[in-house]
Write a protein that binds this ligand. Structure first.
Ligand code: NAD
Length: 301
């Protein structure tokens, strides 16, 4: 294997350490404790597990963490009322609505009801617009692309990607598009590819920075990689793993790791790469929100 493997575990631990230290300092100097409210509607086991892990991390960081567990039959009006109350609660700096919501609730309306200055997921139109217009200092940037940028900076040991070609495969609102905007803000020359792109392997081979955010197990193959490229694999896909026993499964990315690692200069593993950065950046965004409320500057990662 030639590529440097980008260690998401170590990077996430460093982000969380910085958050912890800065939180203690914020509390000491201003008396303000970052507060995060997580709302979950229904009993989906994967969502319940995500919410538990976010709550645990928040407490480890020294935040005040509140989880609102609502029944699957909660009316949209009641959910919107709760969001409204949290918008007006000065002790809460971050509001997170765990997705997906049950089918009878209009997800878009709920997300847009969150006050932009507490929208640490970065999904509100104000935050999307700020990122798209390059105002990254005051935007909340969605956590997965923000974490991917931290990994990229560690791998390339620089923050300015002038002259580098970046190809982002995937155009979702939560990963592909914000990732492309962040790369553009870092002066990369960016192409967004998607399911309608022609000759994707050839396009991918033009990339000095290749980001895969598709949701197709091991779609990116060895011959898609430009020698020395930096490959960021956002994909999280569960695939059958009969070799581990009957009915077992394992997680793989959108990139065929072993073969691509022979060509790439640096590459993120799955698991152990981008996935770990998402919750870490959520904590970073929550701290940033509290820092803004206190009028002090937040750490950079
Ligand atoms: P999505 O389904 O919303 O978007 C997928 C994108 O891939 C679409 O824009 C689509 O056009 C493109 N696509 C689909 N098939 C394609 C093909 N054959 N060729 C080229 N492009 C194709 O997914 P998403 O929410 O952006 O997530 C993408 C992946 O990232 C998933 O595996 C998801 O689990 C993972 N993810 C990981 C994290 C994390 O914390 N690491 C967070 C969010 C998403």
């Amino acid at each position: 294997m030639a590529a440097m493997v980008i260690d998401g575990k170590e990077a996430a631990a460093q982000v969380l350490d910085t958050v912890k230290t800065a939180t203690a300092e914020l509390i000491r100097t201003t008396g303000i404790t970052p507060g995060i409210a997580v709302i979950i509607v229904g009993e989906d086991p994967a969502s319940q597990a995500y919410v538990r892990s976010k709550g645990r991390r928040a407490e480890e960081c020294g935040f005040r963490s509140v989880t609102h567990r609502l029944g699957a039959d909660t009316a949209q009006a009641d959910l919107l009322r709760l969001v409204g109350e949290l918008n007006g609660d000065d002790a809460i700096h971050a509001i997170l609505v765990q997705l997906p919501l049950p089918g009878h609730i209009d997800e878009g309306e709920v997300i847009q009801a969150i006050a932009p200055h507490k929208d640490v997921d970065g999904f509100s139109f104000v935050n999307v617009g700020k990122l798209a217009t390059g105002q990254t200092d005051t935007a909340f940037v969605p956590c997965t692309p923000a974490g991917s940028m931290v990994l990229l900076r560690r791998a390339l040991a620089k923050t300015d990607y002038s002259g580098l070609n970046a190809v982002v495969i995937g155009r979702s609102n939560i990963v592909g598009k914000p990732m492309a905007n962040l790369l553009l803000a870092a002066n990369a020359t960016v192409t967004i590819a998607h399911s309608r792109t022609r000759d994707l392997p050839a396009l991918a081979r033009s990339a000095d920075i290749l980001v895969a955010a598709v949701g197709r197990p091991q779609m990116v193959r060895r011959d898609w990689i430009k020698p020395g490229a930096c490959v960021i694999d956002v994909g999280i896909n569960r695939v059958p793993a009969p070799e581990l026993g009957e009915g077992k499964s394992r997680i793989v990315g959108d990139v065929a790791f072993d073969e691509c690692a022979e060509i790439a200069g640096a590459i993120t593993p799955v698991p152990g790469g981008v996935g770990l950065m998402t919750v870490a950046m959520l904590m970073a965004n929550t701290l940033a929100s509290a820092c803004r409320a206190a009028g002090v500057s937040a750490p950079r990662y």
